[in-house]
Design a protein around this ligand. Structure first.
Ligand code: ADE
Length: 421
């Protein structure tokens, strides 16, 4: 039996966690403004929220904000390898927020923790990847009736939700926070871009300049990773299945080719597609000696790790988060972070400044969902554009930038159809 206060690795880590949470808070000014308003207005008073999120310093600041708004919150991890144990400890000890998350927990513990978060009988769910909503629909349908709505943080989760809607399975409305421009244009691109390179560098300490870096997928995350790798001097190759994104990559100046052609050329491979077996058995067979493979997509399905194991005579730990595999063809290739999302496993995830906007969206989405309680059928919703724009204005202001505003003449011009040549 795990305690209802949470299940964390070591309570003694709490003071270090608090120090790091405070450090992140300094770079989250928009969330701070929301927290100050929430403290006064208490818009979430007494609402039970279960959050299945990466337990990081940034998430801790979101959790503190929700609690300031009156929420009765519990948290569990949204990935077995992304938890920052000191943060989890601090949430329990210093913030009184039950947190069920231990870095490197096995899958059984991962789901036990999700169930512990569901035992809270949430009126609102907050997901990063849809595991909480999914588990509730599959294993705990009795809890669904009490749910006002859910919030979803990431692209993979939004795709799963749309699939649930298509199959008539989703039973309450979910706000797709990922769909806000102030989320995916920044978090997915600049956050994933920087944190993925950070994780590869931290875990391997290799020089990026002059390497062939293969980026699989040219969505917002792929764009960010490719641009940051190029910025560090890599020769970047992009692989895609979508012809429009592939043209974008070509016109952004990257080489584009199928994975099978990239396999023997690449020094470092990074998958960010959201799909399965993107680096598959037949690709692994063609990798160079010492090739490094990493995934920064949400799930650990993008690299076929079972095939990698099957093709190997054995494996060894080369460094933290770096596992070397001796292939039968005589080559050795290195898998980072077990193929789990490398940026949160081998580094700290996206920096606070970008999570500031993502989590401002989460906090305002919680408030919005509650304000509109009972108004929505089970569907995937977006936050209104004026909320998105308000977050952008606040972020710009906090960064010391201001912009022009439309004059009345310009506003009229843009809404007219008579004016022409
Ligand atoms: N997803 C990506 N980076 C993150 C972070 N730092 N905190 C929470 N979720 C994240």
């Amino acid at each position: 039996m795990i305690s209802t206060n949470g299940d964390v690795k070591a309570i003694e880590l709490a003071s270090r966690g608090k120090q790091r949470i405070d450090w992140a808070a300094r770079d989250m000014p928009v969330l701070r403004l929301i927290r100050e308003r929430f403290l006064k207005e208490r818009p979430l008073e007494g609402i039970r929220i279960s959050g299945c999120l990466h337990i990081t310093t940034e998430t801790a600041n979101l959790a503190i904000t929700l609690k300031a708004g009156g929420a009765d919150l519990v948290l569990c991890a949204s990935n077995p390898l992304s938890t920052q144990d000191d943060v989890a400890a601090s949430l329990v000890v210093n913030e009184g927020i039950p947190t069920f998350a231990i870095k490197a927990e096995d899958e059984t513990t991962y789901y036990r923790h999700i169930h512990a978060a569901l035992d809270h009988k949430p009126q609102m769910t907050m997901d990063d990847g849809c595991d909480l909503v999914n588990t509730m629909h599959k294993d705990r349908p009795d809890l669904i009736e009490g749910v006002i709505g859910g919030l979803e943080e990431t692209t993979t989760g939004v795709i799963r939700l749309h699939n649930m809607v298509r199959d008539g399975a989703l039973r309450f409305p979910v706000l797709a926070v990922n769909e806000s421009d102030t989320k995916h244009l920044f978090d997915n691109r600049y956050g994933t871009g920087q944190s993925t390179l950070d994780a590869i560098i931290r875990s391997t300490n290799i020089l990026i300049a002059g390497r062939n870096v293969v980026v699989a997928g040219y969505g917002w995350c792929g764009k960010g990773v490719a641009s940051r790798a190029r910025g560090m001097g890599a020769n970047v190759i992009v692989t895609e299945v979508d012809p429009i994104r592939a043209i974008e990559a070509v016109m952004d100046g990257f080489r584009v080719m199928p994975m099978l052609d990239a396999a023997p050329i690449g020094d470092i491979f990074i998958t960010v597609t959201g799909d399965k077996d993107v680096i598959d058995r037949h690709h692994i067979e063609h990798l160079k000696d010492s090739a490094i493979i990493a995934n920064s997509g949400h799930f650990n399905d993008e690299i076929n790790v079972a095939a990698l194991q099957d093709l190997s005579t054995g494996h060894f730990t080369a460094r933290d988060f770096v596992e070397g595999y001796h292939l039968r063809n005589g080559k050795t290739v290195f898998l980072l972070a077990e193929g789990r999302l490398v940026n949160l496993s081998a580094a700290e995830g996206h920096p606070a400044s970008v999570m500031d906007m993502s989590f401002a969206n989460q906090a305002l989405a919680a408030e919005y969902m509650l304000k509109h309680r009972g108004e929505f059928t089970p569907q995937v919703l977006k936050l209104p554009v004026d909320v998105d724009r308000e977050i952008a204005y606040l972020k710009l202001k906090s960064m010391g930038h201001s912009i022009d505003h439309l004059t009345e003449v310009q506003r009229k011009y843009l809404s007219s159809w008579e004016a022409g040549t």
